[in-house]
Write a protein that binds this ligand. Structure first.
Ligand SMILES: [Zn+2]
Ligand SMILES: [Zn+2]
Length: 207
């Protein structure tokens, strides 16, 4: 896991400054202690503009890794949407959503919000570098990329939801030696949805 010394507590990433934060756990036990493992059934609640091919691509990656589990992408319900709309863009987003997102054992959020500046401003404020997206506490993936990059950024951020690391060094953006695929999705600004063997291994074993 790469931690940038200039931003303690954050995992830096081209797409996603990666905020590490302990969450209070209202339901301690085996069911809710799976933040870093792939649940058999993972639900992703999507808001905004999830790419029409997002779910198929994600499940294809999981199948490539040998996982039988399927990810289900659900539309956000009005109560959740209202909570997001009410967020002021400054207060802690995880804390704000906690009333409806308190059990993250098998639920994650994907927010595709290229037209809502408050999300980009929030992520930039956290780390100073979020250009196209951000991933918070392996629970919320946020994408605000150009249309041509939307699918790749959504997939990149979503792999972080499963505990997958970046395949590049945060300071230099050079690829890590562990990544054997020049066009790996988890490298810096690659135009491909393919992933390297190391990412597949992490997916297979739950990071
Ligand atoms: Zn990343
Ligand atoms: Zn890689």
């Amino acid at each position: 896991m790469a931690i940038d010394a200039s931003a303690p507590g954050f995992r830096r990433c081209f797409f996603c400054p990666y905020k590490q934060k302990e969450r209070p756990n209202p339901n301690p036990g085996p069911q809710s202690a799976v933040q870093y493992t792939l649940s058999l059934q993972m639900n992703i609640i999507a808001y905004g503009n999830p790419h029409p091919e997002f779910q198929d691509h994600l499940n294809s990656l999981l199948n490539q890794a040998g996982r039988a589990s399927e990810v289900c992408v659900e539309e956000m319900d009005p109560e959740f949407t209202a909570l997001l709309c009410a967020w002021d863009g400054a207060s802690d987003l995880m804390d704000h959503l906690f009333p409806l997102l308190h059990d993250t054992s098998n639920t994650r959020l994907l927010l595709s919000v290229p037209d809502q500046q408050k999300y980009k401003a929030y992520c930039k404020k956290l780390t100073g570098i979020a250009e196209w997206g951000c991933c918070l506490s392996e629970t919320i993936a946020i994408e605000f990329a150009p249309a041509s990059r939307r699918l790749l950024v959504q997939l990149h951020e979503t792999l972080h939801l499963f505990g997958i690391d970046d395949c590049y060094q945060p300071a230099s953006q050079f690829p890590k030696e562990s990544c054997d695929l020049p066009t790996c999705l988890m490298r810096y600004e690659t135009p491909s949805s393919h992933v390297c063997k190391n990412v597949l291994r992490q997916l297979r074993h739950g990071s």
